[in-house]
Design a protein around this ligand. Structure first.
Ligand code: UFG
Length: 341
């Protein structure tokens, strides 16, 4: 059973390729390598014993995308990760974000429809909820106006899929991720931020290993128990497994509606200081950090109600915060020792 994974050499994509292969799926990756490296395929092969096919091209190229689907006319499902994802950059370069994230999605959908590929799993985000009025946040919570062009591309993408599902022979599942962190236990794949990381955990591990001097904690005057913002961190391997279940649900015809949405989170929130404490405790590393002013655009607190995903998908996040931060640290160490060779 052949599955296309776009962005399959990226962070969440590569972990999903591994879990798909573990379940016996044949995987074809399409990636333009704009934020990842072709070597990842070697490491996926080391983990699973199977080398996924990688085709390098840009999904914003309509002709290449259509040609790909015509050649691979036995694809049973598409898991679409390939997108730009930096919130701050999207504010600076909105048109680059709209073009890349939306044009690629439309090209994929048109090519799927022309080639009778019905099943699309889409990589969405809890950013569509903004600061929710009620916590934990369920899939029924209202969509808030996007805080950034990046967030807006996720909202618009969900709408494009929803409209396409109504009009054509295509079905969609949008998976709304909370905060994915951590790495595969082999330490062969993980997050590879380009330049200075925006996200908390890569910044923590890079500081601990000595690449960054100091972690800045963006504000401790929020209305939360310790004053720092709260997020629902989820291990990337748990997240990857949900994609396998979602694509299987589609292929096996188990969807209840032609467009479904699921939250992927643990249901438990941790503050920034709690993540730092978990890191220090599990790794034995003392972290150099200081409290600075708030980062504009940060929500105060958000965590998932994963009940619907747990019940409908039969999926549950299994790994706790200690395992998440420890795996991120093991990945960071493996990465740096490899770079020294
Ligand atoms: N933080 C710091 N210092 C840092 C980096 C982050 O204190 O150097 C804090 C942030 O202020 C926030 C928490 O750590 O309170 C988590 O920040 P991340 O940047 O790791 O994650 P966000 O929740 O801000 O961002 C995530 C995804 C985005 C998505 C967004 C929606 O990475 O793709 O959720 O809210 F758009």
């Amino acid at each position: 059973m052949k599955i296309l994974v776009t962005g399959g050499t990226g962070y969440i994509g590569s972990h999903t390729v591994v879990e798909l292969q573990n379940k016996g799926f044949e995987v074809v990756i399409v990636d333009n390598l704009s934020n990842s490296s072709a070597d990842i395929v070697d490491n996926i092969e080391k983990i699973t014993g199977v080398r996924p096919l990688l085709e390098v091209f840009d999904l914003t190229d309509f002709d290449k995308t259509m040609d790909f689907f015509t050649r691979h006319n036995d694809i049973k499902g598409v898991i679409h990760f390939a997108a730009y994802k930096a919130v701050g950059e999207s504010v600076e370069k909105p048109l680059m974000y709209y073009r890349n994230n939306l044009v690629s999605l439309m090209n994929i959908l048109e090519s799927m429809i022309a080639n009778k590929v019905e099943n699309l799993v889409f990589s969405s985000s809890c950013t569509v909820y903004g600061q929710p009025d009620e916590l934990p946040v369920s899939e029924k919570a209202p969509i808030k106006k996007a805080e950034s062009p990046y967030g807006n591309t996720k909202q618009i993408s969900e709408e494009i899929i929803q409209d396409s599902v109504k009009a054509y022979d295509v079905k969609g599942i949008a998976l709304r991720y909370f905060n994915p962190i951590g790495a595969h236990e082999s330490a062969l794949i993980g997050e590879l931020p380009l330049g200075v990381p925006n996200n908390l955990v890569p910044f923590i591990t890079q500081t601990a290993i000595g690449i960054r001097d100091q972690l800045k904690v963006f504000g401790d005057d929020y209305p939360t128990p310790d004053g720092t913002p709260i997020r629902d961190y989820i291990h990337v391997v748990d997240l990857a497994k949900a994609h396998v279940i979602a694509v299987n649900r589609m292929i096996e015809g188990k969807m209840k509606k032609d467009f479904e949405v699921f939250n992927l989170g643990t249901g438990k929130g941790y503050s920034v200081l709690e993540v730092i404490n978990a890191f220090e405790k599990t790794t034995g590393q003392k972290l150099n950090y200081k409290i600075v002013e708030r980062r504009p655009g940060d929500v105060i607190e958000v965590w998932a109600d994963p009940t619907f995903s747990n019940q409908e998908l039969g999926w549950k996040a299994e790994k706790g915060i200690d395992e998440m931060v420890l795996s991120a640290w093991n990945w960071e160490k493996a990465l740096r020792s490899k770079n020294k060779d």
